[in-house]
Write a protein that binds this ligand. Structure first.
Ligand SMILES: CC(C)(COP(=O)(O)OP(=O)(O)OC[C@H]1O[C@@H](n2cnc3c(N)ncnc32)[C@H](O)[C@@H]1OP(=O)(O)O)[C@@H](O)C(=O)NCCC(=O)NCCS
Length: 199
């Protein structure tokens, strides 16, 4: 086949793939069906740009996308987790290893695209993050966020009180991933530099 036709066929195939990737108008889908059909998985390296765009758009702040970009591109050990509905990435959460008296990660940022909110996508991402962190041998997760949201997953301010970091306060929480993992533990938490540069 001449090279020209090869290129044309390739382009048509790519267009076809792109068409498959375009999700239909979600308003026509029942919420329950969306969560049932959403896949939760680890992000691939070539999905970083999509994740950054999602974090920026969902939070309305460039800093969240920048945080993900810097953490994932740095030497920090991260776990980047996605929610995907019909080939569209609709939610994301990042876990980053921090230096702590126990083996721990920070959960941040968490975001779900606006049209997909209030469907339990964010909750499932948090539960998935908790499960994977436990499987990877982490003993605790720290988070800075809304207590009404995170307490439902077992995060607690009192568990974080004994640890020193720049975010200490009412909205700083921890969750144990093993029984009594934080009992009698205290000390400094050192976050990757990118966290300290958030505007
Ligand atoms: C926060 C966020 C991830 C929640 O995602 P979601 O998929 O809509 O959440 P879920 O459907 O799993 O949970 C919905 C519940 O969380 C509550 N909730 C949603 N956003 C909340 C927030 N920012 N603070 C406190 N509670 C919140 C809802 O009121 C609802 O409560 P209910 O179950 O008692 O009715 C999403 O709103 C988002 O991306 N926001 C912009 C980014 C952001 O603020 N991230 C920081 C997270 S602390």
């Amino acid at each position: 086949m001449p090279q020209f036709y090869c290129r044309k066929v390739k382009r048509l195939l790519t267009m076809g793939l792109n068409r498959v990737k375009t999700c239909p108008n979600i308003e026509s889908f029942p919420k329950l069906m969306i969560i049932q059909q959403t896949v939760f998985r680890i992000a691939k390296a070539n999905e970083l740009d999509t994740v950054i765009a999602l974090q920026t758009s969902a939070s309305g702040q460039k800093s969240e996308g920048k945080l993900v970009q810097e953490l994932v591109s740095s030497e920090t050990t991260t776990l980047s987790l996605l929610a995907e509905f019909r080939c569209e990435i609709i939610g994301h959460v990042l876990l980053s290893q921090i230096q702590a008296p126990i083996k721990a990660v920070a959960l941040a940022p968490l975001a779900v695209l606006a049209p997909y909110r209030e469907m339990q996508i964010g909750s499932e991402l948090v539960r998935y993050a908790i499960k994977l962190a436990r499987e990877k041998g982490y003993q605790a997760i720290f988070v800075l966020g809304d207590t009404n949201y995170y307490e439902r997953f077992g995060f607690s301010g009192s568990l974080a009180n004994n640890f020193e970091c720049p975010w200490q306060g009412r909205n700083f929480m921890a969750k144990e991933l093993a029984e009594n993992a934080l009992k009698d533990q205290s000390g400094a938490l050192t976050y990757p530099k990118a966290f300290l540069e958030i505007e």
